[in-house]
Design a binder for this molecule. Sequence first.
Ligand SMILES: [Zn+2]
Ligand SMILES: [Zn+2]
Length: 115
Amino acid sequence: MRFCPRCGSVMYPRMKDGKLQLFCPRCGYVLNVDDEDVEAYKVKRKVEHSPREKIIVVEADKAPSTAVLLKGQVRCPKCGADEVYFWMMQTRAADEPPTRFYKCKVCGYTWREYA
Ligand SMILES: [Zn+2]
Ligand SMILES: [Zn+2]
């Protein structure tokens, strides 16, 4: 988990032109990650994968305190609202990318997206 150096929000990884970037959904800050950093990032995720996470996975549909409110970026597939909470969670093997969760602020509909 990395935090935006500008606004302190949780940043999430995305692929751009074949390169991994960390992207801040709140202020749009983009951090380019070189190959060494990618390895460091993966190792860090493995270390973070503790038995405690399994308890969190059971409650995966509840937005954690680290959830970020996205406005105008994602639409709820159920009611069409564009204010949606976003967070990521490791639900599979530690070396797999984390699952992205979204929860509609308006109707509470929660869905997930595998990276
Ligand atoms: Zn930011
Ligand atoms: Zn909704």
